[in-house]
Design a protein around this ligand. Structure first.
Ligand code: ADP
Ligand code: MG
Length: 352
């Protein structure tokens, strides 16, 4: 779950996610029961698929959930690790398509089940990102895969998405991190994601006209924005630049919950108005949360157009918050949201 730094990773900016106490589990039997085959089964989708292990290096995307796994297997094969016959059973507690990176959880756990446990962690994060970029076809940044691997207990991870330098940012004990799943997912999501990636590139090209050293929006400042670049490009760039600043300010704010909450709200407003990746349900959840006692801040998290909000809540107020937000959302949209506390947890690894 990303605490702050939304839609900044693909501009080589800063992000501050946590790994949460939900997970994708992949059990592997190797060799699999079907000679020469790699078989997958997802308990959530109750669907399976199989392909010849020898076909993985040249496999083509199927446009299905299996692409996340086959894409990772292909990247492993290309990095010189042979993928042999196996049966993979997938079970995930991460809600799918809710902005909590179920796709990265699947990629990373599948990679580990396929024998990538001995691989350098940074290399593994890059490999899983490449699988999603090149095989699934989503030009995502590296945040999701990175934090799925590098997550720490009781801390968020401040990641510089350019250098991949990272450090743990301990979170204050006197605050609860509550996710509210709007249970909606608007179709716009992945096309808008690509559109935003392109709009950022367009803003960069304009800025380069007067500031040749700007490689990505990471290098730009608010002072470089110019109405001549076009109103939309300007707002997109303003979001990314100001969001990078908010991430660093949030990491510095340490235990100052009031300040952390303000930065959350500013991040949401920027995503809502400048980046335009929110939706009415997320805005309602944020606005409603801010009227509930004990809430320091609220914002959408993940790519947007549905999925979850993340809320910083006084631990003593959590019970009342969870009830109130659920009742108000149900009254407005007729949907029961899923509300749950998230604990910053360790990243992926073997379980027995
Ligand atoms: P998010 O990463 O925010 O959850 P994405 O759209 O990036 O949303 O990834 C969701 C996709 O990942 C699903 O549509 C599905 O293809 C795949 N996926 C995630 N978890 C599972 C699972 N447990 N079983 C099968 N496919 C899964
Ligand atoms: Mg994803």
């Amino acid at each position: 779950m990303n605490l702050i730094g939304e839609h900044t990773d693909y501009s080589e900016g800063f992000v501050l996610p946590i790994a949460i106490d939900l997970a994708c589990f992949v059990a592997a039997a190797s060799p699999g029961a079907a000679p020469g085959q790699v078989r997958l089964y997802s308990e959530e989708l109750q669907r399976g698929s199989e392909m010849a292990a020898s076909g993985i290096p040249n496999a083509r995307p199927a446009g299905a959930w299996t692409d996340y796994v086959v894409g990772v297997a292909q990247q492993l094969a290309r990095s010189g690790r042979e993928v042999k016959s196996c049966d993979l059973l997938i079970h995930s507690t991460v809600p799918v398509g809710a902005g909590l990176s179920s796709s990265a959880a699947l990629e990373v756990s599948a990679a580990l089940a396929l024998g990538a446990g001995s691989m350098d962690k940074m290399e593994l994060a890059r490999l899983c990102q490449r699988a999603e970029n090149e095989f699934v076809g989503l030009p995502c940044g590296i945040m999701d895969q990175f934090v799925s691997i590098f997550g720490r207990e009781n801390a968020a991870i401040l990641i510089d998405c350019r250098t991949l330098e990272h450090r743990a940012v301990p979170l204050p004990e006197n605050v609860a991190i509550i996710a509210v799943n709007s249970m909606v997912k608007h179709e716009l999501g992945s096309s808008a994601y690509r559109e935003r990636v392109a709009e950022c590139a367009q803003a960069v090209r304009f800025i380069q006209g007067s500031h040749a050293g700007v490689k990505t929006l990471r290098d730009a400042t608010l002072g470089m924005l110019d109405a001549a670049m076009g109103e939309v490009a300007m707002r997109r760039a303003r979001h990314v630049i100001s969001e990078d600043n908010r991430v660093l300010a949030f990491a510095d704010a340490a235990g100052d919950l009031k300040r952390m909450g303000e930065l959350f709200v500013a991040s949401h407003r920027s995503l809502q108005h400048d980046y335009e990746v929110s939706c009415v349900e997320l805005d309602f959840l944020v606005d409603t949360a801010l009227g509930i006692p004990g809430v320091y801040g609220a914002r959408m998290t993940g790519g947007g157009f549905g999925g979850c909000t993340v809320n910083l809540v006084d631990p003593a107020a959590v019970g009342a918050f969870e009830r109130e937000i659920a009742v108000r959302y149900k009254a407005e949209y007729g949907i029961d949201p899923k509300v749950f506390e998230c604990r910053p947890s360790a990243g992926a690894g073997p379980v027995s």
